[in-house]
Design a protein around this ligand. Structure first.
Ligand code: AMP
Length: 306
């Protein structure tokens, strides 16, 4: 059983108080796939140009990410994003977005991907997210991400899309925008009326909250000693969360046992987000081992017990 991941594969230029990298592998689907690959086999769906480097392809392949769905457009250039972080790294400004081949992205799944049971839809146009879901008739669990742009300017399309999802994973400002509520508890209650039975609200360095109609569960952010580059942390959270559930064979939760698995999935999400911030871009995934992930998960269990 594999997890299908759809979204951007990019080159990023990032400046943080710790330094600047002009062009490095990035993109939401890259981070989600790398993080998820520690838990379950991943099949990637994305588009790149012919400037996409062999070594970047090799990094994904070294994590056994299936690249049959990575479309390479001859003569095209890969999506490019440039961002700069504030001194405390809680805010970032986008300085440049060149959609390039991403502008024509219209994902058509390879035949081998269609029967898979797990789907994570990264932040792309809601109608494309919907069309991918429609290509997968045997789904056990579907969820995804979105962003302000789609919430504000494509609201009807977005609502129609997430109506079919099991879970939505967004940050706190997006949850407020989507629901029109400032209070997160109210925001969550309103979003849980839109279709998904499970909502995860990411709160950057403050962790995340899992909401269902009858419960919520708060997970702190891991207290890193040195935070180098937060780019991709939210996506790695998604990869850890969804990867864990897929690896355990969990579908829409039916029992208290499944809810306990959801809680664990949120902790693994927080763990993967924290590793991502330890080095620039995807660099931490060049050396990260599964035993380090499990050790940090145990540390969470100790820190959170009372
Ligand atoms: P995160 O820090 O988790 O929000 O993810 C940052 C990643 O998202 C970067 O690697 C970017 O390449 C990618 N990204 C930035 N803007 C967009 C966009 N408009 N659509 C899709 N991916 C994006």
């Amino acid at each position: 059983m594999s997890l299908v991941v759809v979204g951007s594969v990019a080159y990023d230029s990032v400046k943080t108080p710790h330094g600047k990298v002009d062009r490095m592998l990035g993109g939401a689907a890259t981070y989600i796939s790398l993080a998820g690959s520690y838990f379950v086999p991943v099949k990637l769906v994305a588009v790149v140009g012919d400037d996409f480097a062999h070594e970047d392809r090799d990094l994904l392949a070294s994590r056994q990410v299936d690249l049959e769905g990575l479309d390479r457009i001859p003569g095209g250039r890969t999506f490019f994003w440039q961002g700069v972080y504030s001194a405390d790294m809680n805010d970032r400004a986008t300085q440049r977005t060149d959609l390039n081949v991403f502008a024509g992205f219209n994902p058509k799944l390879p035949e081998t991907y269609c029967p898979e049971p797990y789907l994570f839809l990264g932040n792309i146009q809601p109608s494309l997210q919907k069309s991918v879901r429609a290509q997968m008739p045997s789904l056990k669990l579907t969820g995804g991400d979105t962003m302000n742009y789609w919430i504000e300017d494509f609201r009807a399309e977005l609502l129609e899309t997430i109506r079919e999802w099991d879970f939505l994973l967004i940050n706190d400002s997006e949850a407020r925008l989507l629901s029109g509520e400032r209070n997160l508890r109210r925001a969550a209650a309103s979003i849980l009326e839109m279709g998904p039975h499970t909502l995860v609200i990411k709160r950057g360095e403050y962790g995340a909250i899992l909401f269902r109609r009858d419960m919520h569960f708060v997970v702190p952010g891991y207290l890193l000693e040195t935070l180098i580059d937060p780019t991709g942390a939210g996506d790695c959270f998604a990869g850890g969360f969804m990867g864990y559930l897929a690896g355990r064979g969990i579908g829409a939760p039916q029992s208290d046992t499944d809810i306990a698995e959801l809680r664990r999935a949120v902790v693994y999400g927080s763990v993967m987000g924290s590793f991502c911030c330890e080095q620039f871009g995807v660099n931490r995934f060049r050396t990260l081992r599964r035993d380090e992930i499990d050790a940090r998960y145990q540390e969470f269990a100790t820190c959170m017990a009372f």
